[in-house]
Ligand binder design. Structure first.
Ligand SMILES: NC(=O)c1ccc[n+]([C@@H]2O[C@H](COP(=O)([O-])OP(=O)(O)OC[C@H]3O[C@@H](n4cnc5c(N)ncnc54)[C@H](OP(=O)(O)O)[C@@H]3O)[C@@H](O)[C@H]2O)c1
Length: 274
């Protein structure tokens, strides 16, 4: 793993394996080796609270191919890599809650988040539970509530839905042990209200793992603070979704590059709302 941005006197400028050119910095001690989870956690730390008060911070983590595909054969794994999965795990290890669309839960067969030793001390010091809560966003609640995601998570799984959600499905979710949170007037969840509802539960370090339809609404609602984007050095063609879909925003929203890491040709960008 190499840090390409911000550029410092520790930034490696030689390609892997090449002898440094004359006058070139020898390089970061972390270059060209796998970063530890602690190093990744430091690189992806959430912003510190302002004046003692922690405001919700919503970051997204998505992977895209060079030609913009967010999946291949219905899953993101074929365009991911080991380093991407380490960052995926790190972002979960830092989060209070993971907001995810029901279709991603169904297609990617979501399981409860694990408690990982590497993040235990950091989470305890930050006053977090052993693992993030998975917060599934759904209108119809057509979810298999017999799955471990609902019946045996370390911290109760949340189901975010609208006030118009089918009551028998709400009852099924609650019977399985999920906590149902109403965050919209009709069938749909209002993303801004969802963020506020999670913050009211003390969940302010928020991560969304998409999918594209949910992320599109989060972007349109103007509540995304940070985009963690893995650019995979692959081309897929076809008609896969992009990382965010749905109606376009009126004016493209500008984000600022905060950091760029590289491993094995994959780029890991962190962009914050300007
Ligand atoms: N490249 C990546 O990083 C990445 C990340 C995640 C997923 N993916 C891929 O993306 C695909 C799935 O994504 P997707 O865009 O089709 O679906 P999605 O965004 O994961 O889920 C869509 C579903 O979420 C619920 N939903 C969305 N907006 C809602 C709202 N405002 N209120 C209430 N419920 C709402 C609805 O669930 P109900 O139908 O239950 O009502 C809707 O059908 C999969 O192929 C997955 O592999 C890729």
């Amino acid at each position: 793993m190499r840090r390409l941005f911000p550029v410092t006197d520790q930034t490696v400028t030689s390609p892997p394996g090449a002898a440094p050119r004359s006058g070139e910095v020898q390089g970061d001690a972390r270059a060209d080796r796998e970063w530890t989870l602690a190093e990744l956690a430091a690189a992806y730390a959430y912003p510190e609270p302002h004046s003692g008060r922690r405001e919700p911070w919503l970051r997204a983590n998505m992977v895209s191919s060079l030609d913009g595909a967010a999946q291949h054969d219905g899953r993101s794994q074929p365009i991911s890599c080991a380093a991407d999965m380490r960052i995926f795990g790190t972002l979960r290890g830092l989060a209070d809650a993971v907001l995810v669309g029901a279709e991603t839960v169904r297609q990617e067969q979501y399981r409860p988040a694990r408690a990982r030793e590497a993040f235990a001390a950091r989470r305890a010091a930050a006053g977090q539970g052993p693992a993030p809560a998975i917060a599934v966003v759904s209108r119809g609640l057509d979810l298999d509530f017999t799955l471990p995601l609902f019946t045996s998570p370390l911290v109760p799984t949340l189901v975010l839905t609208g006030a118009g959600a089918p009551q028998e499905r709400v009852a099924e979710a609650e019977k399985a042990g999920a906590r149902v949170v109403i965050a919209g007037e009709g069938a749909s969840v209002d993303p801004a209200r969802a963020v506020r509802a999670l913050a009211d539960l003390g969940l302010t370090r928020l991560l969304t793992e998409g999918g594209p339809r949910l992320l599109g609404q989060i972007v349109a609602a103007g509540v995304l603070d940070e985009m963690c984007l893995t650019l995979s050095p692959m081309l897929t063609a076809g008609d896969a979704q992009r990382i965010a879909s749905g109606p376009a925003v009126a004016v493209p929203e500008r984000f600022t590059l905060a950091a760029l890491l590289e491993e094995d040709g994959f780029l890991f960008g962190r962009y914050c709302r300007t």
